[in-house]
Design a protein. Sequence first.
Length: 305
Amino acid sequence: MSATIIDGKAFAATIRGKVGEHVARLRETHGITPGLAVVLVGEDPASQVYVRSKGKQTIEAGMNSYEHKLDAGTSQADLLALIDTLNNDAEVHGILVQLPLPGHIDSDLVINSIDPAKDVDGFHISNVGLLGTGQKSMVPCTPLGCLMMLRDHLGSLSGLDAVVVGRSNIVGKPMAQLLLGESCTVTIAHSRTRDLPDVVRRADIVVAAVGRPEMVPGEWIKPGATVIDVGINRIDAPERGTNEDGSVKTRLVGDCHFESCAAVAGAITPVPGGVGPMTIACLLANTVTACCRANGLPEPEGLTA
Ligand SMILES: NC(=O)C1=CN([C@@H]2O[C@H](COP(=O)(O)OP(=O)(O)OC[C@H]3O[C@@H](n4cnc5c(N)ncnc54)[C@H](OP(=O)(O)O)[C@@H]3O)[C@@H](O)[C@H]2O)C=CC1
Ligand SMILES: Nc1nc(=O)c2c([nH]1)NC[C@@H]1CN(c3ccc(C(=O)N[C@@H](CCC(=O)O)C(=O)O)cc3)C=[N+]21
């Protein structure tokens, strides 16, 4: 293995430390405590895990965490009413509605009902438009975390060939916008892309956000390229034995085949311990940023895009 392992877990801890310092300063000098409201509809086990760790890390950073757990049958009207309440609550500076939402709820409508100034996910159409036109916005947490790691590892990204595999609104598209903003030459690949291996082989930077376990093999990677693996896939791991209930144990893998990619890449993020922890750290950072903007205070340095 030749690649440098980009330690997202450690980087995220550093960011959370900076967030914590800023939160302490806000409290001491202005008597303000940033607050993050997380809304979860339904009982998806993975979502529950994420929401729990978001709440825990929010509190560890000295902020207020408000968790709203609604049952899977909650009506769209009730969800919109909750968002309206949170929009008007001065103690709440950030609002995150955990996705995916149950099928009977229109996700776009819900996201666009969040006050854009409190949209710490950066999914509201206003924030999408601001990002796309290079204006100050709330930047989606996962792409922001990826960008921070890329900048930290490479310095300037100007002129580099970047390939983003995946075109979702929450990862692929905003990632491509951020890379374009860094003056990369950006290609967005997806399920209809022809000759994906050849497209990926051109890239100095590969961001894989597909949701297919270990789909990208080392043979697709240009030697020395930087590989950011966004994928979080839980797969069966019979080699780890079985759980108490007799079900087979599982493990997390990314969208890249780690061993073979690490053999050719210059640097790579692991799964777990790469992009995932950075996503949550950036969520906390966005909450502090939103709080500062809401109060007309200078924004924290090094925590925005
Ligand atoms: N680490 C983190 O913090 C986060 C991790 N994730 C993870 O990232 C992954 C992607 O998430 P998300 O963007 O929400 O996923 P989506 O399912 O919304 O999007 C997946 C994208 O991958 C493309 N795709 C699917 N199959 C192929 C293929 N065979 N070849 C090329 N492209 C393909 C799809 O193309 P098309 O549009 O043509 O269908 C689509 O654009 C998931 O594993 C998810 O769990 C997500 C959010 C945060
Ligand atoms: N409105 C909304 N915003 C999101 O940002 C959002 C969302 N909905 N829905 C789901 C995805 C997924 N996501 C992750 C966050 C942290 C980890 C994470 O911390 N992962 C750990 C491992 C966690 C584990 O063990 O399961 C790691 O990679 O090391 C992963 C995935 C945020 N998402």
